[in-house]
Design a protein around this ligand. Structure first.
Ligand SMILES: [Zn+2]
Length: 61
């Protein structure tokens, strides 16, 4: 069975749903129905966030 592979939106390396680092981000705007999905490694996202941003369970791998 082939597993669907994504590209990390930050580093562009392969990312699969079974990866412990897999994070799906949903972006939208107030009052918008449209949304966009982004797939990233938890470590890539964490490295882009300001150190003052608290990281929760999502980032514990
Ligand atoms: Zn990445």
């Amino acid at each position: 069975m082939n597993e669907l592979t994504y590209s990390c939106a930050i580093c562009a390396r392969d990312l699969s749903r079974s990866d412990a680092e897999f994070i799906q981000l949903t972006a939208t705007r107030p009052d918008w129905i449209e949304m966009q999905q982004f797939y990233v490694h938890a470590s890539c996202l964490a490295s882009k966030l300001d150190p003052s941003v608290p990281l929760g369970e999502l980032f514990e791998t």
